[in-house]
Design a protein around this ligand. Sequence first.
Ligand code: COA
Length: 460
Amino acid sequence: MGELKTVLIPDIGDFSDVPVVEVFVQNGNHVNAEDPLIALESDKATIDIPAPFTGKIREIRVKPGDKVSEGSPIAIIEIADSGGNTDTESVLRKPDSTEKNKRSEEATSEKAPQVITHAAQTESNENVIKAEVKQIYPASPPIQPAPADVAATKAHAGPSVRRFARELGVNLDLIIGSGPKHRILKEDVQAFVKAGLSRVCVNGKSAPVETGLNLLPWPQVDFARHGPVEIKSLSRIKQIAGANLHRNWVMIPHVTQFDEADITDLEALRKESNTAEKQNAVKLTLLSFLMKALIASLKKFPEFNASLDKNANGETNLIIKRYYHIGFAVDTVNGLVVPVIRDVDQKGVVAIARELSELSALARENKLKPEQMQGAGFTISSLGGIGGTAFTPIINAPEVAILGVSKANYKPVYRDGEFVPRLVLPLSLSYDHRVIDGAAAARFTSHLAEVLTDMRLALL
Ligand code: COA
């Protein structure tokens, strides 16, 4: 075993009882002279205390939150390549004036501890990560901004962490620190970089791939400077729905397939059924027929009634649902809600229409229970009663597809050598391209259009 030496807080000017905000090392770590050991943060400055010599950390004497002054012991380091005896006595002694003197003597033979505020550090094991990053991103670092931007960040981090981040090109604003008061630690920067590296292996080779959205900050505009404004808070539903929509929009690679269904005969049947059904006080809406037709397509193309799932080994599987619970978007004064009709495959159009009407009423009165909004395998968003020709609905995760329906209109359709007026329903199917191919989506909407054109197909 090499010689053990205590590292003490050096002269840090007028500061005393300064809180330790970060400990960079652990027992057993190898440190090079001038690697930072701890960071202190006073009202005025953040100070890194470096190792005075190269060796192995044998004991750490401080933890975040402790207060230290000049002479306080920080750690015990076993000096590298020292053949000398262990001087435990002197090591464990409390620092006093003799110790201070001894320290100044040591300073002549060893490298004296220096206080680094924004000064440079020498090489350390950080180089492993830096080298990895350089190898994978030879030209431009993945997690950008220019050094000036990094330095200008208001992120809560000490100088050594800022420097480390600057060297790696990491924008500290993108990291939420795990230290006290979300202070960003070196490990947070390492974890951020590692997370980026783990996503860039293509066919066993490193590839320069963007790892974050790397967006510009949101524009800060004082709108009142341009004219009168009114501030209105978002409803709770809008806030919750908005967060979900945002995540789904960002995380799912959406593609939207557009199609049209000739529903002339279906509309005639619906109108006729409504006349006969009036005594039951249930209006058969297009949406109830649409749900029935949809089940036929979902049964033919099961991957549309599915969810992606990661198992314990990190493998991604597709969970195909053998139940048919369909969500439908309802427009309420407070925002969008999605009640769910369960086991649609086991219900007739009248029962579906009844549930549609009851659940939409509950949604508009803000009285839906959580279980009435859960378990959907597929969602329909119908804007047909309002208008529009097409739109791109956002998938309701963890589902993999959503059907948007716009307003049916009469169109001239070429048939048997002449144009005839037909009622045409626009369909917009957004799907998760990780699960569904474009060809499958086109087959799905074609099939759905066929069923809507001839609802007898729904019985097969
Ligand atoms: N094309 C033409 N007309 C349509 C239609 C379509 N695709 N869909 C409905 N209509 C007609 C209906 O036939 C009805 O007319 P009628 O009274 O003459 O029969 C009228 O529009 C109103 O229908 P509505 O009461 O809205 O019933 P619905 O079953 O079609 O829709 C809801 C029920 C709950 C889906 C609907 O009221 C709703 O809230 N839609 C908005 C959904 C939404 O906001 N989606 C956006 C998510 S991003």
